[in-house]
Design a protein around this ligand. Structure first.
Ligand code: FES
Length: 107
């Protein structure tokens, strides 16, 4: 059964776009943003080692725990906030419906 959720992304100009994301394909939020041609370099392809998929979570339900690699990368970023995440480490699940993230400057 296919299910989709909505993810809202705040762009650098302050506008927001809403993306539909399937929950049954094992995609990350980074992959959904790239598939919608948002400007997310994601140089490492989702391995949590480049931080060019950095987002600030503005609103969410339950999020997965920070992984060790993700936490380490976020600590190195000058623009990181307490709600920063690497979007490649956020799997699209029904829990993420209504997620609001802001694209952050890359490190
Ligand atoms: S794509 Fe490189 S850390 Fe997320």
């Amino acid at each position: 059964m296919e299910e989709t959720i909505n993810i809202h992304v705040e762009l650098p100009d302050g506008s927001r776009v809403t993306l539909e994301a399937p929950t049954d394909m094992g995609l990350s939020v980074m992959e959904v943003m790239k598939a919608n041609e948002l400007d997310v370099p994601a140089i490492c392809g989702g391995m949590a080692i480049c931080a060019t998929c950095h987002v600030e979570v503005l609103q969410s339900g339950e999020l997965p725990e920070l992984g060790d690699d993700e936490a380490y990368m976020l600590e190195t970023l000058p623009h990181a906030t307490w709600s920063s995440r690497l979007s490649c480490q956020l799997r699209v699940t029904p829990d993420l419906d209504g997620l609001v993230v802001r694209l952050m400057p890359e490190a």
